[in-house]
Design a protein around this ligand. Structure first.
Ligand code: FMN
Length: 351
């Protein structure tokens, strides 16, 4: 899949998925404005390539929380992978590991944490946590994760209640006993965030107090995902967060937010060198990745394209998507005279 064209890949994934699974993957909240604008915002940025640089050796290595990885491209946490492939997150984790990419496993996964851990190779596995109301259950989960070798907790804070996605609501996934949110308390049958039962319910009541508690309780670093403002990012870091994920959840909950491309610079500047900053939302090209890194992101995460690859070809499909983006990143670096990621600085972009 060297010549992967993401439009064609999405098309093929759509053909293979049940319509409700596709609707769940593809949807954005309300009018899908943020989802669409995320993509457009990266594309609208203009590069100022440098010429006559030696680009024969390109270095894409980066350290994430002290651990070196070969690529700044990570797999974003997306839930319920058995809706897309029978092996679920086991295949996703295997595919990410083969590409050397950090894998962020979602709370709403359909495969046990311990089984996903078996797929780990050299790249880190982190776990995306939704803070549910019972603290003892959160504690038990943290202990299990640490035991299984996960090296960071990613607390998602941008969806205390579910948004509303008309597309997914119209084509509801029907819960079945073979697809469980198996790591959640009570192992419920998987329902999407857009199930009518969830409307108006505060599912994940995390506040600053819970963040403070989590940072103290967790033996592994805490990352906060879903931040779109410099002041919030600074407050998270003051509470002990080791990294910030600038994200609007792929435009799936609150519509008409700022785009992530528009605010990554503000967050990086506010946080300074006190924490690492990553970004996701609408990253579809190597040039998008280079732009994000130039604006100060240490790494990027990719959501929907990973699901397309998973659907079409399981673990190999996930690897192919990540490898494809990596090849594009290297090419963009070569064509812009950027031999290593330390040379990806704001000056590479037009104001
Ligand atoms: C099907 C799907 C499920 C998702 N589930 C979660 C989740 O459980 N937790 C979370 O923090 N983010 C979730 N996200 C958001 C992603 O982590 C990420 O922020 C977003 O997909 C990035 O945008 P992109 O899809 O345009 O690359 C989900 C995204 C999709 C597409």
């Amino acid at each position: 899949m060297d010549s992967v064209d993401f439009d064609a890949l999405e098309h093929e994934a759509r053909r293979l998925m049940p319509p409700a699974s596709f609707a769940f993957c593809a949807c954005g909240a309300d009018d899908e404005i943020s989802m669409v604008e995320n993509i457009a915002a990266w594309r609208a940025l203009r590069l100022r390539p440098r010429v006559l640089r030696d680009v024969t050796a390109i270095d894409t290595r980066v350290t994430l929380l002290g651990r070196q990885v070969p690529t700044p491209i990570m797999v974003a946490p997306t839930g319920r992978h058995k809706l897309f492939h029978p092996l679920g997150e086991r295949a996703t984790a295997r595919g990410a590991a083969a590409a050397g990419s950090a894998y962020v496993m979602a709370s709403n996964s359909n495969i046990l944490i311990e089984d996903v851990a078996e797929e780990r190779r050299d790249a880190p596995q982190w776990f995306q946590l939704y803070y549910w109301p019972n603290r003892a259950e959160v504690e038990a989960l943290i202990d299990r994760l640490v035991e299984a070798g996960f090296t960071a907790l990613v607390l998602t804070v941008d969806a205390p209640v579910g948004g509303w996605a008309p597309r997914a609501a119209r084509e509801q996934h029907q819960p079945t006993p073979d697809i469980l949110n198996i790591n959640m308390p009570g192992r419920p049958m998987a329902r999407t965030a857009y199930h009518p039962d969830f409307v108006g319910k505060v599912m994940y009541p995390a506040t600053w107090r819970e963040l403070e508690w989590l940072v103290k309780r967790s033996p592994i670093p805490v990352i906060v995902k879903g931040v779109l403002r410099g002041d919030d990012a600074v407050a998270c870091v003051e509470q002990g967060a080791r990294a910030i994920m600038v994200s609007n959840h792929g435009g799936r909950h609150l519509d008409t937010t700022v785009t992530t491309a528009a605010v990554i610079g503000e967050v990086v500047q506010a946080v300074g060198d006190k924490a690492e900053v990553y970004v996701d939302g609408g990253i579809r090209r190597g040039t998008d990745i280079l732009k994000a890194l130039a604006l100060g992101a240490r790494a990027v995460m990719v959501g929907r394209p990973i699901i397309w690859g998973l659907t079409v070809n399981g673990a190999d499909g996930v690897t192919a998507v990540l490898d494809h983006l990596h090849v594009e990143l290297v090419r963009a670096m070569q064509l812009s005279g950027t031999a290593s990621l330390s040379e990806a600085v704001p000056d590479l972009l037009a104001r």
